[in-house]
Ligand binder design. Structure first.
Ligand code: NAG
Ligand code: NAG
Ligand code: NAG
Ligand code: NAG
Length: 462
């Protein structure tokens, strides 16, 4: 019910199209809105009749999940019955049983929470506990209170939990397994040292993708390991990628080439009847952008994950980075196009170029916007701050700003990002004006040497 407000504006349009809206509440939020909780309370305990729960087809959509893809604006990935079923066996495959109690502190608009977590518990007949908003200080109390045995994570959560002050009896809990992705090796080690022998199950997958990796041996840092059988089920490749041009490298014959073991490559996964790609709602064009054609031979089609991974000499697979117009921050994918579109609507901004920069001790990349100002308008830092906080979720707010006199363009008429990414946000290296998003001041403030030092030593929270 608390999210209904965000629908209000388009609610009349939905009604005209006969799209029914259900809210998890007891009664009428608004005329024409259906409530669910009261009906659940009165529903009989008997199983739902088979004809009502049967899906007409494995290919029919069961959910839409918004995702940034690799290029352009966020879009609605079609999650079919088939993908929901695949997601639902994840917990089972990691060894969870119906006796487990699973703690889900991730947002349900993440496929990990909704498909693997909720779906997985339905599949097993296990119990789950939903947390509205993750809290590091309440984490272990919750685990004890609800007798949690399994939790879902993203790398950042494990780090926040490790950053909590040490307490008595930290190993005194029933948690035996954790499932998620993106935990860095140092954090993984520290987590096990402090909180005991918890089986950390790393997995890799894209919401709309047709491939996933799971850790088969619990090798620290790895998202999984490949082998002969795995490749039979999920034919994939790690191919050479030109970061400058932002596209796969083709050899003189026009084919893509696999990288050597130990070298990072773009992860692509073959699209076939067995591993279909269901794409995005709305436009075939969006789907085509996500696919690569004629990769190793004429007529083959691959799904481009947009992610760079490395396979080591023992065939363990490690996540490296994202490519394209997106970067990850706080476990969310940020679509740079969306951020620069929003910033560019301000009347004093001529153009904005958005990218992610690395910050020591932080997973992913922090957002940075390089902007060109209009010469005849007044630059207003606090109105820029309120604009981004009104129109963007907090993980997408650029943490840093850089004011440039002119925008550099690459040979293919794209905004130059790579050099800017490499230059980062160090005021003693960059002569352009730099600013930092200061939540406490509700504005952007100039980055001084002191502020820079406090950021890289984690004294200032990003
Ligand atoms: C919505 O439903 C009504 C009544 O069932 C019907 O008359 C109308 O044509 C439907 N509108 C659309 C857009 O499907
Ligand atoms: C947790 O387990 C204990 C002991 O097994 C039991 O007494 C308690 O009721 C359980 N708590 C919940 C919330 O299920
Ligand atoms: C900047 O914008 C804020 C509102 O967003 C306004 O209150 C303030 O007066 C503006 N400052 C200048 C110098 O125009
Ligand atoms: C699916 C699976 O086998 N996962 C493994 C992940 O890593 C742990 C060790 O931390 C193994 O015990 C699991 O079997």
């Amino acid at each position: 019910t608390d999210l209904f407000g965000s629908l209000e504006e388009i609610f009349p349009i939905l009604q005209d199209k006969n799209i029914s809206v259900w809210v998890m509440g007891k009664c009428c939020t608004s005329p024409g809105v259906n409530s669910l909780e009261d009906k659940l309370e009165n529903a009989p305990e008997d199983p739902v009749p088979a004809h009502l729960r049967a899906a007409s087809s494995l290919k029919s959509p069961t959910l839409y999940i918004f995702t940034s893809g690799t290029t352009g604006l966020p879009k609605a990935a079609i999650i079919t019955q088939f993908q929901a079923m695949k997601g639902a066996v994840g917990l089972w495959a990691f060894g969870a049983t119906r006796d487990d109690i699973v703690y889900i502190p991730l947002p349900l608009y993440h496929a990990a929470a909704s498909l693997l977590g909720v779906g997985g518990c339905i599949e097993l007949g296990a119990t789950f506990v939903l947390k509205r908003k993750f809290s590091a200080s309440q984490f272990w109390n919750d685990c004890k209170k609800y007798n949690i045995t399994v939790f879902q994570y993203i790398g950042e959560l494990c780090r926040y939990i490790c950053n909590q002050p040490k307490r008595e009896g930290e190993k005194d809990h029933k948690v035996h397994m954790a499932v998620g992705n993106g935990v860095r090796s140092e954090v993984w080690k520290e987590f096990l040292d402090r909180f005991g022998n918890i089986k950390m199950c790393e997995l890799y997958g894209a919401t709309e993708g047709n491939i996933c990796f799971m850790n088969v041996t619990g090798k620290i840092g790895a998202v999984g390991r490949t082998n002969f059988f795995y490749k039979l089920f999920f034919p994939f490749g790690l191919i050479k990628f030109d970061i400058q041009k932002d596209e796969p490298i083709r050899n003189t014959k026009g084919w893509c080439e696999r990288v050597k073991k130990g070298e990072p490559g773009l992860l692509i996964s073959r699209v076939s009847m067995k591993n279909p790609f269901f794409g995005y709602a709305g436009s075939q064009k969006l789907n085509e952008k996500k696919l690569l054609y004629d990769v190793f031979k004429k007529g083959d089609i691959y799904f481009n994950t947009g992610d760079m991974l490395v396979q080591d000499h023992e065939d363990f697979i490690y996540f490296r980075d994202r490519t394209g117009d997106t970067f990850r921050w706080k476990g969310e994918n940020v679509a740079t196009t969306e951020v620069s579109d929003i910033i560019s609507t301000l009347d004093f901004i001529e153009e904005a170029n958005v990218y992610g920069v690395t910050v020591p001790e932080h997973e992913g990349r922090a957002g940075m916007a390089s902007i060109i100002l209009k010469s005849d308008e007044e630059f207003n830092l606090s109105s820029l701050y309120s604009h981004v906080s009104n129109y963007l979720p907090s993980y997408a707010h650029p943490r840093f700003l850089r004011i440039q006199a002119s925008m550099e363009i690459t040979g293919t008429f794209k905004q130059q990002k790579l050099r800017l990414v490499e230059e980062g946000f160090n005021p003693s290296v960059i002569s352009d004006a730099l600013y930092f998003l200061d939540f406490s001041k509700k504005s952007y403030v100039p980055i001084t040497k002191d502020i820079y030092d406090s950021i890289i030593t984690c004294k200032i929270k990003l």
